[in-house]
Design a protein around this ligand. Structure first.
Ligand SMILES: [Fe+2]
Ligand SMILES: [Fe+2]
Length: 268
């Protein structure tokens, strides 16, 4: 028996029929673990189907929310902000999927265990040039014709703002990560650093992509690999000797072929 492997994919966007059909081609790897790094779907029924399919095929499944999971949708309009997050966490747990609310699992490798740290950190509009003031970030994006649907669909209740929610999440994650002494794999839907945000067609979309509070976490918390999605710009980067994996599938125009397995990224 070969040793277990850790795989990741994000941004399945199962609201699209083409993406749902592609996801059906997910192959079973009964010894391996799978990370679903957010933007799987907006609606609870689609999320539940993905959790069932993934847990049938993998030994262990780990999920972190993307912004799309947090949208308030017609299927459950009363679920806003934290309540929507809590509902998806409950759904994940019902199917044995690990979430950012669970103890960090350990993944054994030939060179020792890695602590797998699924996080939910959101964004605080700080991925912007220094001359753009905090309260002018959205206007700065709007000047370039950009607006993120999150501004209408992702509510922060009961937190005063998304920034406040983000900062509370960052503080909690920082506390949990500080208690670990082993090497880690950090998973967050949003990239941990501004210099990872490569969006040549829509550079000002960066304000909806992360927080500068996490720029040093890859070294500070001894990450071997940092896994993220959100950008729909698949790729591998190395910074300070740490591997950063952007593992998005993306919208139907952003992938090709008939086999989702080629889009799974090997993490460990
Ligand atoms: Fe996405
Ligand atoms: Fe996203």
């Amino acid at each position: 028996m070969t040793s277990p492997q850790l795989w990741a994919i994000s941004d399945l966007h199962l609201a699209y029929e083409q993406n749902r059909r592609l996801f059906e081609t997910l192959r079973a790897r009964p010894n391996d673990w799978l990370i679903l790094a957010g933007d799987i779907a907006e609606k609870l029924a689609d999320l539940e189907r993905s959790f069932v399919a993934a847990t049938e095929r993998f030994a262990r499944v780990i999920w972190v929310p993307g912004n799309h999971e947090l949208w308030s949708m017609d299927d459950a309009p009363e679920l806003r902000g934290q309540a929507k997050y809590d509902a998806v966490v409950a759904l994940a747990r019902k199917h044995g999927v690990l979430t950012p609310e669970d103890p960090f699992p350990r993944f054994a490798t030939s060179s020792g265990a890695r602590v797998i740290a699924p996080l939910f950190l959101l964004y605080d509009y700080s991925f912007r040039p220094p001359e753009v003031p905090d309260d002018g970030a959205i206007e700065w994006a709007r000047e370039a014709g950009l607006m993120c649907s999150d501004e209408y669909r992702l509510h922060s209740d009961p937190h005063a703002t998304k920034t406040a929610w983000c900062h509370a999440r960052v503080e909690d994650a920082e506390r949990r990560l500080s208690a670990i002494s082993e090497p880690t794999v950090i998973i967050n839907h949003f990239p941990l650093r501004y210099d990872l945000v490569f969006l040549p067609a829509i550079p000002r979309f960066s304000i909806w992509c992360g927080t500068r509070l996490t720029e040093s976490w890859h070294t500070r918390f001894r990450a071997e690999v940092v896994v993220s999605g959100h950008l729909h710009m698949r790729g591998t980067r190395h910074i300070d000797g740490v591997r950063f994996e952007e593992v998005s599938l993306g919208y139907p125009r952003q992938w090709r072929g008939e086999d989702i397995n080629v889009y799974l990224r090997r993490i460990l």
